[in-house]
Design a protein around this ligand. Structure first.
Ligand SMILES: Nc1ncnc2c1ncn2[C@@H]1O[C@H](COP(=O)(O)OP(=O)(O)OP(=O)(O)O)[C@@H](O)[C@H]1O
Ligand SMILES: [Mg+2]
Length: 257
């Protein structure tokens, strides 16, 4: 009995204490590793988001600046006043791009459909493409009502890149944008043109990025030759999109390892 209380019990307790200390050390190490892995994943995700945002923002703005510079150059000899108008537009687009890039870098950029619909009209007009683009209603309502949180941003990005592609690749004379709300609440954007259609070129950063954006929201992207030639792009976002870093990137900044 003496031996138990004076030796075995403390020894056993010491053994348990040692074991649990070892276990704690191991758990803490595992926790640290897991946190590092999560931080790494978040950093990669953030890098991808920034790459997509910069591509889609600048691809569109620089295409517009190029188009308008060409227009201004052509108008300059015969119609300096209209050329000046185009130059004023170039300045505005340049300034807006600076704001956009700053917002993209800080993660606060959230494109809206109303703005991108207006931008689509401007870009198609500058390219001399006859455009059929719906108007957003008051409060940004489209396709018969307001959009659910998380639906708007991926659709707005899709419209922006689709129109940039029409301007850059299609050689079309007409382009139509259609937004439809399906009975299940999903919203589908369709952009069609009457241009050359898909040339069999592999997907670039634009369509790859769009596919990622839409997948993050639980949506889909599909491209195909148009029914009567040309090119068709469909982007669909479900009624209740998955919360995604694209839809809500208001993460605390600068907290990275
Ligand atoms: N409206 C269109 N008409 C004809 N071809 C198109 C159209 N939209 C896309 N494409 C084709 O699909 C390809 C891939 O488009 P994607 O946007 O992924 O890349 P990109 O525009 O070539 O380059 P970027 O990475 O700068 O966007 C294009 O290179 C083009 O060949
Ligand atoms: Mg593109």
């Amino acid at each position: 009995r003496e031996v138990w209380s004076s030796f075995v019990v403390p020894a056993a307790l010491g053994g348990f204490a040692l074991m649990s200390a070892r276990k704690t050390v191991r758990t803490m190490r595992e926790l640290r590793e897991a946190r590092a892995a999560v931080a790494q994943l978040a950093a990669n995700e953030e890098r991808l988001r920034l790459a997509r945002d910069l591509h889609d923002l600048l691809g569109h703005s620089l295409s517009l600046i190029t188009l308008k510079s060409e227009l201004a150059g052509r108008m300059l000899p015969g119609d300096p006043e209209r050329a000046a108008g185009e130059v004023a537009d170039i300045e505005r687009v340049g300034r807006q791009s600076l704001v956009d890039v700053r917002e993209a870098v800080s993660g606060y950029r959230r494109p809206t459909l109303a703005v991108e619909l207006a931008g689509a009209r401007t870009a198609l007009a500058a390219a001399g493409i006859e455009a059929d683009v719906p108007q957003a209603g008051p409060d940004g309502a489209v396709a018969g009502g307001p959009l659910a949180a998380g639906q708007e941003s991926p659709l707005a990005w899709s419209l922006r890149e689709a129109v940039t592609n029409v301007v850059r690749h299609s050689g079309a004379s007409r382009c139509a944008v259609v937004l439809v709300r399906r009975p299940d609440g999903a919203v589908r954007l369709t952009v069609t043109d009457n241009g050359t259609g898909p040339a069999g070129a592999p997907e670039g950063n634009g369509l790859t990025g769009l596919r990622e954006r839409l997948a993050l929201a639980g949506g889909t992207l599909a491209t195909a030759p148009g029914v009567r030639g040309g090119y068709t792009l469909h982007a669909t976002v479900p009624a209740h999109p998955a919360p995604s870093p694209d839809a809500a990137p208001d993460l605390p900044r600068g907290g990275r390892p």
